[in-house]
Design a protein around this ligand. Sequence first.
Ligand SMILES: [Fe+2]
Length: 239
Amino acid sequence: MKKRIILTGLVILALVSLLTPAILSADTKPGTQPPGSTGYFSLPKLNYGFGDLAPFLSEEQVKIHYIKHHNAYVTAGNALLERMENARKENTEFDVKATLKELSWNLGGNVFHTLFWENLAPASKTTPMPTGMAAQMINREYGSFERFKAEFTKAALSVEGSGWAALTYSKSLNSPLIMQVEKHNNDLYFGCEPLLVLDMFEHAYYIDYKNDKTSYAANFWNNINWEVVNQRLEQALAK
Ligand SMILES: [Fe+2]
């Protein structure tokens, strides 16, 4: 119970400095365990097999990305939580600035990766075009799906260094906003709900595409779980 309280406090701190409340809201905080368990992060389960996203992503690419890279953020985030908890128990000091900076990186990494895996699907189980409310919202704001796709892709390909492209929904504007995120935690907009994210870290594509991130970003559109995007939009609108 105490760990849950500590975790909640840390999330609030991270919110203030680095991440949007929407991205860290309870509904979109996958990767954490439910109330009553340990209170530390855990690696979320995938809704498909490692090889099911091929040819967009090979089994080897997904496996390494998920087990090595995503899991590293979970493990490192938990180590930071433990470090702070121990310092409080023992009433000793810890480097608050450095710890919170590291926590923001790892917490953001876990949240974004969880959103990413969720908004992917085997090509045979989804459609190349958006459906339902997401389709309506995209057409209303961008004029056409092709226009949206072009803007989102440009955002993804022009991320400085490593980062993410994200389609978000701003309730205050009542419109979607494309977000270009540097690393896992810079250039975020406050008050926006994430609907669709694309990992533009090299580790997301280097096995299958080497340095050809353009092909990686182009093939992404064959494997988007529009049902999940619609569910996220419905939840955002209901808040
Ligand atoms: Fe990644």
